[in-house]
Design a binder for this molecule. Structure first.
Ligand code: ATP
Length: 516
């Protein structure tokens, strides 16, 4: 990269960082997302969802549930797939996590900085090592490269030309180099400790005695609840492989460095589906689900330009995925990862790892036996599309965020109408002459079908601005003409054009626009 390109990049990264700051501020100001325990100065890694936030999150959740469970896609043979729903417990028998490998393996390598007292994931620190082999190197978090950091490179390594550096991930380096590394937020070398493992599961105690024998864990993923119920579900519903079990719910991870707003939090929501299939069909289903899930995010308004499908490198693969066809991530270019991407959803071929492990640890048979051909018995292979609901919501918020200096609000949220928290605002032009009464009548009709907002106060410009900022796709205005000809204007959020529609047709007009 030339100096000019690096400068241009830094400019764009800064622009994205500003957009992100503005988006976080908008989320708080308008009631999408608040810092948890805000009045007590927050609690790192936890977030609360306000009225608009919960409406948006529920819309994404409901669409996933609809597209996976209620009306799943057509399968490889053109017939509808069978996927059933589940809502399993957050706390399960702790043996679950021994069998799943989370107690032994669910660890992130982390380093502490003795100077700043900050803690980092060793696989998230990029070390800039001068190619001229001078000793001092600088480490930065992978989503940051600001002017100040280029300055720091110049100060400690004698150059800010990125061509002069080799960039490596800290966890892949020999510990000998630690003494030459200047950590983020400090200005002397050698303050980082050696990477240590850190278990990400939240511990709790079940029962009043609260001894070490009563230790249990908050689930770090929703998937295991599905494997625990696989037999009950097979026995109680008339399904056989290939079929899926889907679940949406909270997951908890004591992340070492929760950051980037709701992207990496300690309490979050997942939307996971385990697809159980005969082992020899796994490859076809793996490819199938990658395509289906990628298209789904596009349907939700995430642009292809900001998404990519990235197969995991060999050294990134989880224990189970090494044996099979691996894992791919659907990644999104978040403002804070720009110009790089961050995981939105992972699609893994888990082989028969989970069912075999639970068979081993519980002594319960997990084989599927075909009643028509009892010699045909196998432990199904599993393809898992695992998406983050809260992380997905952030991608949808970031994608919708559209600066527009020509508008009074300076920005509008371009949600797909079906996902918008409020679908329609009903605005009497003035608070007199019978207009509020007509508005209220229309509101009472529409609210049965869509999330509607009756907004009477302030001048009309301010009301449009507010609804642009929260992404309301349609504003219906009752004006003087309404009093005589029973028509209203419907303003389109994106084009700002207004269309006159008869009062009796408003519901039909809006319904037609709510397709994905
Ligand atoms: P990462 O590499 O970002 O830590 P992961 O590979 O550990 O994620 P998975 O275990 O595959 O994530 O979980 C499935 C999905 O759950 C992820 O694609 C992501 O959308 C979401 N997710 C995982 N961890 C978090 C978190 N701490 N906060 C919010 N969402 C998360």
């Amino acid at each position: 990269m030339t100096n000019l390109q690096a400068k241009e990049n830094v400019k764009l990264i800064k622009e994205q960082a500003t957009n992100m700051e503005d988006l976080v501020a908008l989320c708080k100001r308008r009631g999408f997302v608040f810092r948890a325990s805000d009045i007590y100065d927050g609690i790192n890694g936890f977030w609360d969802y306000g009225h608009l936030g919960i409406l948006l999150k529920n819309n994404i959740r409901d669409q996933w549930w609809h597209d996976m469970v209620i009306a799943p896609p057509l399968g490889l043979d053109g017939k509808p797939l069978h996927i059933v729903g589940l809502d399993s417990s957050i706390v399960q028998n702790p043996k679950t996590w021994e069998a799943s490998g989370h107690i032994a393996g669910f660890k992130d390598p982390m380093v502490d900085c003795k100077e700043s007292k900050k803690r980092y994931r060793a696989d998230h620190l990029l070390v800039y090592i001068p190619k001229n082999k001078e000793n001092i190197a600088c480490a930065f978090l992978d989503d940051e490269l600001t002017k100040a950091q280029l300055k720091k490179l110049k100060k400690h390594c004698g150059s800010d030309n990125l061509d002069d550096f080799e960039v490596k991930i800290l966890s892949e380096l020999d510990c000998d180099i630690l003494k030459y590394i200047v950590a983020p937020d400090v200005n002397i070398a050698g303050s980082l400790t050696e990477p240590k493992s850190f278990n990400l599961m939240f511990k709790t105690y079940v029962g009043a005695a609260a001894t070490e024998d009563d230790v249990a864990y908050l689930r770090p993923e929703t998937a295991q609840g599905i494997f625990l119920n696989y037999r009950n579900i097979m026995a109680s519903s008339r399904i056989k492989p290939p079929f899926g079990i889907a679940q949406i719910g909270k997951a908890f991870r004591n992340e070492v460095t929760p950051r980037n707003f709701i992207y990496r939090s300690r309490e979050f929501e997942q939307m996971e589906m385990e697809w159980f299939c005969p082992p020899d069909e796994a490859k076809r289903w793996f490819d199938f689900w990658i395509e289906v899930r990628h298209n789904w995010w596009k349907k939700m308004g995430v642009s292809s330009d900001n998404m990519l499908i990235r197969p995991h490198e060999k050294d990134e693969l989880s224990h189970y995925a090494k044996e099979g066809y691996g894992t791919v991530d659907i990644e999104y270019r978040f403002p804070f990862t720009w110009p790089n991407f961050g995981e939105l959803e992972g699609i893994a071929h888990r082989c028969d790892f989970d069912l075999s492990q639970h068979q081993k640890f519980s002594g319960t048979k997990m084989e599927y036996v075909d009643p028509q051909a009892p010699a045909d018995r196998y432990i199904p292979h599993v393809i898992e599309p695992a998406a983050g609901l809260t992380r997905g919501m952030l991608a949808i918020l970031a994608e919708a965020y559209t600066p527009d200096p020509s508008r009074p609000s300076k920005v509008y949220m371009k949600f797909k109408p079906k996902l918008a928290p409020i679908k329609v605002a009903i605005l009497p032009l003035v608070n007199k002459d019978g207009m509020p009464e007509i508005a209220e009548k229309l509101y009472m009709e529409l609210r049965e079908y869509f999330t509607a907002d009756l907004d009477i106060k302030q001048n009309i410009g301010k009301r449009y601005a507010r609804h642009d900022e929260i992404g309301t796709p349609f504003c219906v205005t009752i004006d003087t003409d309404t009093l005589t000809d029973q028509t209203v204007t419907i303003r389109n959020r994106d084009t700002m054009l207004q269309k006159r529609v008869s009062l009796s047709k408003v519901k039909a007009y809006i319904s037609e626009q709510l397709i994905l």
